[in-house]
Design a protein around this ligand. Structure first.
Ligand code: BGC
Length: 269
């Protein structure tokens, strides 16, 4: 539920190379103004990242005039397991994140209520609400193919958080080290060669979960024509519709579930 008539909430997506934010129009499921992007600090400690997140929010206010009120919540994605706002793993971020209360850290830096959520879970929420998973019941698995492989599992539209299927063992290690989209670029693989790796990964996931639908997301999903024709598993596999915007939109969606702080509530009543 969105409090009162607030339909615009800022979402911020922390990625391996960039920290991106935008005000999201939750009625439309789209950005309400242009996205702002700043580079992820080379040493991505909680302190350094929180500063850049605050700079993104400031810049949004400056560039677009749309940073929201001081009490309005902000959603932030993290590429790690996040339970009750606390980060529990660090495969693709600085290991000092482990044990960090991300919600508290961002709230302190931003002076606003924050919801911290795993990046793939956020992307999945957005796809389920506005994209390829819309109106889909049963079990739906969203996979984000980027620096790592993120996963978000939904049962009748309800998220099972922190599934971490990018770490399934495949080819002598974590699957994401061999089949993530970034590996295609790093190892200079042809689309077809990378698609063969993706096929092996999807076959593994499929055998274990038998979902009703698999949605492939991440920036690479824009190029689905290059790899989807090589994928063949006994489950429907579709490309995501929100591509790289899904994380920001899902972060905003998650934040919309957090009540605004008192001063904002008052202005709404
Ligand atoms: C992390 C996940 C994350 C995924 C995509 C993995 O390495 O463990 O939490 O969702 O990368 O960023």
């Amino acid at each position: 539920m969105i409090a009162g008539d607030i339909t615009e909430i800022i979402g911020v997506d922390i990625g391996g190379s960039g920290i991106k934010g935008a005000p999201v129009d939750l009625a439309a499921g789209a950005f309400a103004a242009d996205r702002v992007r700043l580079p992820t600090p080379a040493k991505s400690t909680p302190k350094a990242v929180a500063r850049v997140v605050a700079a993104v929010v400031d810049k949004l206010g400056h560039d677009t005039g749309r940073a929201g009120g001081p009490g309005s919540p902000i959603g932030v994605t993290i590429p790690a397991v996040v339970r009750d706002g606390v980060v529990l793993t660090a495969a693709n971020i600085d290991e000092t994140w482990i044990g960090t209360d991300a919600t508290a850290r961002f709230e302190q830096q931003l002076g606003r209520p924050v919801v911290a959520i795993n990046d793939a879970d956020a992307a999945g929420l957005a796809e389920m609400r506005y994209g390829a998973g819309r109106d889909r019941g049963g079990s739906v698995l969203m996979l984000t193919l980027g620096t790592g492989i993120g996963s978000a599992l939904f049962i009748d539209g309800v998220l099972v958080p922190n599934t971490e299927l990018g770490h399934l063992p495949l080819h002598h290690g974590d699957a994401e080290r061999w089949a993530a989209a970034a590996v295609r670029e790093q190892d200079d693989l042809s689309w077809k060669k990378w698609a063969r790796r993706l096929q092996k990964y999807l076959a593994l996931v499929q055998r274990l979960l038998w979902p009703d639908l698999i949605i492939l997301g991440g920036g690479v999903s824009r190029r689905a024509d290059k790899f989807l024709p090589h994928i063949d598993v006994p489950t429907e596999v579709v490309q995501a519709q929100l591509h790289n915007d899904a994380g920001i939109i899902g972060a905003a969606l998650a934040a919309s579930q957090k009540p605004a702080t008192d001063d904002v509530q008052e202005t709404l009543l």
